[in-house]
Design a protein around this ligand. Structure first.
Ligand SMILES: [Zn+2]
Length: 370
């Protein structure tokens, strides 16, 4: 642990973490103040410290349209809830600039289209105001996966304007049924086969890609599974994160045992695949059900190195701190029940650090919780 060990306050508890790299934004940072040394045996006490995740791997700082909650204000939400690591997402598609809407479902019929605007805005905000006490990883959310020829050009543009700043790609849409009314269509298989140039660029840079791909809907729960399989078969060496475990508001009645069996088979078959358990609808419809919860807890324990936590908060100006705090609590609720190893991997950030190649180490969980 050595000279760079730090005491870090996570949330309201007296949380102690040994972070080799300290806390820093992805842009170059100046070192923080010297903090007192801690004994190597310091551990995270789940009985007294927050059971919510210290990582929000999925947070949209930009809305579909209209004004966002100011960047600094969202960073304040994170500090106030003990979140110390965040992936800064834009949004994968926007309403036209002359639209009155902030949410696409309020403007069905109006096409939403992928755009670079959000990525520019987030990078500019991060440069202007590096957040204190929050490690921010900038995400490219512009790619239109149906137009793969445009993706490398977009990456090159961001390279020129913000060199080295973007270390994540997503959330990008392979198929999102909720957007069908706004002109979105599932990405055709032929387009997936043309992803190779940008997928190899991501591999070279060690950048994960976070993909929203609905499994299906209640009448046909695995309708779109072949699309995700095509991606995973074609690009097995990319680090791919599957958003929401394929679940959505269109798929709320898939039996847990079937869903878990499918997730297991995918994780076993594709070693570089990870699952994102963000978005409160997962807790609302699956994790919180008394008959489902033990099944999901066992699954999360067994595959604990393959799971990423987060809120899927969308920072449109009609949202506030209470909404963020509630979404963090709801999306973290299942983490109360997982074992200590899973808690460390998922909630305390070890998976996030490993996936992003950060030197940080999550603290051990204190034993004898009973
Ligand atoms: Zn999202």
């Amino acid at each position: 642990m050595g000279a760079r060990s730090q005491v870090v306050r996570w949330g309201s508890g007296l949380v102690v973490a040994v972070l080799a790299g300290g806390l820093a934004a992805c842009a170059p940072m100046t070192p923080g103040p010297e903090l007192p040394q801690i004994p190597a045996e310091a551990c995270y006490d789940r009985s007294t410290q927050p059971q919510t995740a210290v990582v929000d791997s999925h947070l949209h700082f930009r809305p579909f349209g209209g004004a966002p909650v100011p960047f600094d204000e969202v960073m304040g939400y994170l500090r106030d809830t003990g979140v110390r690591y965040v992936n800064v997402y834009g949004i994968g598609q926007m309403l036209p600039v002359d639209s009155e809407c902030t949410y696409y479902l309020d403007c069905v019929g109006t096409p939403v289209v992928p755009t670079l605007k959000n990525d520019f805005a987030n990078a500019t905000d991060l440069l202007a105001s590096p957040p204190e006490g929050v490690h921010a990883t900038l995400a490219m959310t512009f790619p239109d996966l149906s137009r793969p020829e445009s993706v490398v050009a977009g990456i090159e543009l961001l390279d020129r304007e913000f060199p080295g700043m973007f270390r994540w790609m997503g959330e990008v849409n392979l198929v999102k049924q909720a957007l069908f009314g706004n002109g979105h269509e599932p990405v055709p298989g032929a387009a997936i086969r043309e992803w190779a140039p940008f997928m190899s660029l991501l591999r070279e840079r060690g950048i994960p890609i976070a993909i929203h791909s609905d499994l299906g809907h209640d009448e046909d729960p695995t309708l779109y599974l072949p699309l995700m399989q095509e991606v995973l078969d074609r690009y097995p060496d990319n680090r791919i994160v599957w958003m929401h475990m394929g679940l959505s508001l269109e798929l709320t009645t898939l039996p847990a045992a079937e869903h878990i069996r499918l997730m297991r088979s995918m994780l076993d078959r594709y070693p570089n695949l990870m699952l994102d358990i963000t978005w409160r609808i997962i807790d609302d419809n699956y994790f919180s059900r008394a008959d489902y919860q033990p099944l999901y807890v066992a699954f999360l324990n067994e595959y604990s190195e393959r799971i990423l936590p987060g809120t899927d908060f969308l920072a449109s100006s009609n949202k506030d701190f209470d909404v963020y705090r509630t979404e963090l609590e709801v999306t973290s609720r299942i983490l109360r029940f997982v074992d200590d190893e899973a808690f460390r991997n998922i909630a305390l950030g070890q998976n996030h650090f490993r996936l992003l190649g950060l030197a940080d180490e999550a603290p051990a969980v204190c034993g004898d919780r009973e």
